[in-house]
Design a protein around this ligand. Structure first.
Ligand SMILES: Nc1ncnc2c1ncn2[C@@H]1O[C@H](COP(=O)(O)OP(=O)(O)OP(=O)(O)O)[C@@H](O)[C@H]1O
Ligand SMILES: [Mg+2]
Length: 250
């Protein structure tokens, strides 16, 4: 992202993002943290190609992102499943929309549902699933498209803390599988510990209008859920908290 600014106009004008600059490298897991309403979802929607009305540049492998594509897919905070479709259909239909033949789409959907431990629930409808299960469907749906980049918009914040804790560990295991074709991840969160647990690098945004206050490489050994009491873990959390409370105009 180069100098990306974005304002919303309906009635008044709200500046949501101000001159945002950052990069995600190959094979990198980057987290963006920032306070509520600072423009995090706006930023992800722009990267996903869902919003074209901004200033500055958003480049993917050197090219402008001009529309949604199966190369960059998203996991949504509130799951965004089709309630009248089964678990299997929710994963399979986007594949068919992206020109994967029906038989292969079905096979791939089943494979990714197994990957997220939902075998046996292929014919269930979203309302029969728990929040954690719904989010695993969302994850299977986004990964089955074999994107280069996976975007995650606060994927755990609609879940109770125990479910979230469990799913963070599962997600890290799934995403670190060497056979998975997707290796670049950009996740948004307002939970600093979560960012330190998951990311290679954390980018910190200011309150609205969101701008980059700084970034930090996370130097805690993986798997981090085994190092939650490591002083390096706390130190990284502290440094990010300091950045979050720094004055963007200073
Ligand atoms: N469609 C819209 N029209 C007008 N204002 C909007 C629109 N979408 C977002 N905004 C405003 O832009 C700002 C940034 O919104 P955004 O949803 O990107 O923030 P966020 O960081 O994702 O918030 P949260 O932490 O609550 O998820 C907010 O002040 C919001 O009210
Ligand atoms: Mg948001």
């Amino acid at each position: 992202m180069r100098d990306v600014s974005k304002s919303y106009t309906n009635g008044g004008t709200v500046l949501a993002l101000k001159e945002v600059n950052f990069e995600v490298g190959k094979d990198e897991f980057v987290c963006i943290i920032g306070p509520s309403g600072c423009g995090k979802s706006t930023l992800l929607r722009i990267i996903a190609g869902l919003d074209q009305s901004f200033s500055g540049q958003v480049l993917f492998q050197g090219n402008r992102i001009s529309r949604p594509s199966s190369r960059i897919t998203m996991v949504f905070q509130t799951f965004a499943l089709l309630p009248w479709k089964t678990t299997l259909e929710n994963v399979q239909i986007p594949l068919e929309v992206n020109d994967v033949g029906r038989a292969e789409a079905r096979e791939r959907a089943l494979r990714y549902l197994t990957m997220v431990h939902l075998n046996g629930f292929e014919d269930a409808y979203p309302h029969d699933l728990s929040g954690g299960m719904k989010q695993r469907v969302g994850l299977a749906r986004a990964l089955a498209l074999n994107p280069d980049v996976l975007l995650l918009d606060e994927p755990f914040s609609s879940l109770d803390e125990l479910t979230a804790k469990d799913l963070r560990v599962q997600l890290l295991k799934i995403l670190s599988d060497p056979t998975l074709p997707t290796n670049d991840f950009l996740m948004i969160t307002h939970n600093v510990e979560e960012a330190v647990m998951m990311a290679d690098r954390v980018v910190v945004l200011s309150p609205r209008p969101g701008r980059v206050l700084g970034e930090l490489r996370v130097d805690v050994p993986r798997p981090r859920f085994e190092h939650l009491r490591d002083p390096k873990f706390f130190d990284t959390v502290d440094r990010l908290m300091e950045m979050l409370s720094s004055d963007p105009s200073a």
